[in-house]
Design a protein around this ligand. Structure first.
Ligand code: AMP
Ligand code: GLY
Length: 426
């Protein structure tokens, strides 16, 4: 098969690495890709917003499957447009990608199909949103409805913060994404990322992970896209997984089919495991980044076979097998992230680091004058496996010791919650 992978982050490098391991693969193209992806794929420059240009490329190169990494093109309808050209695509339709593209859409779906989630209100104007917040009080969570690159959520511990967040949204801090706002109950518990591979009718559980969203050690500082992750998530026991499938995922699959928008692709449920059980925080309609990196390290089966089965509506006949080992990834970021990162600093020592048994996925790198340089906020994902999360953690940090990049930084405590659990259980 000829495959085109769209995207350029660590998630896409992990997908490319796994797809490249499939005996089904003839040739892998990636756009725009990055230097790490370039080691297993031919990089091509396509304008992802120009769906006809992507389709023309697919026809010219006889692409058998397009795999879409990020949410932007999905919400913009790239899967529908390519399918209209007869091209097979792994990724949800525009209507199904509303699960990520509109938080209000997902909350209404939950209400309609009785899916456990935080209580909420949806507002299109400041006055009614303020009245709701004043009535319910703090802590409370304010979310811009649309895609806001992970920045549209405010956890307001006081009424003043909540009102300020509402004003910022309606004043256009998130552009059109904030023209509508979801206000919701503040949930407490432990968070987990839960993935399902979906074909419109069947949802196949596809791994669990825990992410570290805050930039600093001890979960301090501003939110990021994720500074590290590990898999599996210990909180997702067999019982919790069964409840999540029955109470959240399966009603969502039925609900979406009911609305005429069956979901096919990766459904990524951000969960809060509360005293009452799992509650949906949000859906994403793609793999998590960096969660995908740890999932791909643990997936024993051929990813390309599974993606094809999802596209062909054949998941009811499939299973996915996972390594018993844990996997952990540490994000190395460029100074300044999650604000404006410094670009262009030279990175050395990756070969030595990989010698420690780690996979190093590139997230934001470039080649400049023959040298590997930082070219984004999150730059490298140093990923390792081990019999325990603690062992995977030791291996990942041992690999980082070999990386010579003074302008980079990383968290020193990725996996702390699981490692503490392991110590307590030992
Ligand atoms: P989101 O962009 O929706 O994933 O939200 C970012 C982060 O905000 C989540 O990972 C949670 O840590 C937190 N969060 C979102 N909604 C809630 C909620 N209702 N209660 C508590 N925390 C939340
Ligand atoms: N790591 C969280 C996300 O990909 O949305």
């Amino acid at each position: 098969m000829n495959v085109l992978l769209l995207g350029s982050g660590g998630r896409e490098h992990a997908l490319a690495w796994k797809i490249a391991a499939s005996p089904l693969l003839t040739k892998l193209y990636a756009s725009p890709g990055n230097p790490g992806i370039g080691s297993v794929a031919e990089l091509v420059k396509l304008d992802m917003s120009d769906h006809s240009a992507v389709a023309a490329f697919c026809q010219e190169k006889k692409i058998d499957l397009v795999v879409v990494g990020p949410e932007g093109p999905l919400v913009a309808g790239i899967a529908d447009d390519l399918r209209a050209w007869g091209i097979r695509v792994f990724g949800p339709s525009k209507a199904a990608a509303r699960l990520e593209g509109s938080k209000g859409f997902t909350k209404d779906l939950c209400a309609k199909f009785n899916i456990p989630t935080a209580a909420y209100g949806r507002f299109g104007d400041l006055a009614s949103a303020k009245a709701y917040v004043e009535k319910t009080g703090a802590p409370i969570v304010i979310k811009a409805d649309g895609l806001a690159a992970g920045k549209g959520v405010t956890i307001a511990m006081t009424l003043e913060e909540a009102l300020a967040a509402l004003e910022a949204c309606f004043e256009g801090a998130f552009g059109t994404a904030g023209a509508e706002v979801v206000v919701e109950e503040y949930l407490t518990g432990e968070e987990a990322s839960f993935f399902c591979l979906c074909d419109g009718a069947t949802a196949l559980p596809f791994g669990t992970a825990q992410d570290h969203k805050r930039v600093g050690d001890g979960d301090t500082g501003p939110n990021t896209g994720g500074m590290g992750a590990y898999s599996p998530a210990p909180v997702m026991t067999a019982e919790m997984t069964e409840r999540t499938m029955r109470e959240i995922i399966e009603p969502t699959m039925r609900g979406m089919a009911n609305l005429g928008a069956p979901f096919a692709g990766i459904l990524f449920a951000g969960l809060m495991i509360t005293d009452q059980g799992p509650k949906l925080i949000e859906y994403n309609t793609r793999f998590g980044d960096p969660e995908c990196q740890v999932l791909m390290m643990r997936l024993k089966d051929d990813l390309l076979i599974l993606l094809n089965a999802a596209v062909d509506g054949q998941l009811a006949h499939m299973s996915a097998r996972w390594s018993d080992e844990a996997a952990l990834t540490v994000v190395m970021a460029a100074r300044g992230y999650p604000g404006t990162p410094e670009k262009g600093s030279v990175i050395r020592g990756l070969d030595e680091a990989a010698g420690e048994g780690a996979e190093i996925f590139h997230a934001g790198t470039a080649i400049n004058g023959g040298a590997l340089v930082a070219n984004g906020g999150r730059v490298l994902n140093v990923t390792a496996t081990g019999a325990t999360v603690g062992e995977a953690q030791r291996r990942a940090y041992a690999a980082i010791d070999h990386i010579d990049w003074p302008q980079g930084f990383f968290r020193h405590d990725i996996g702390w919650r699981a490692v503490e659990r392991e110590k307590a259980g030992a």
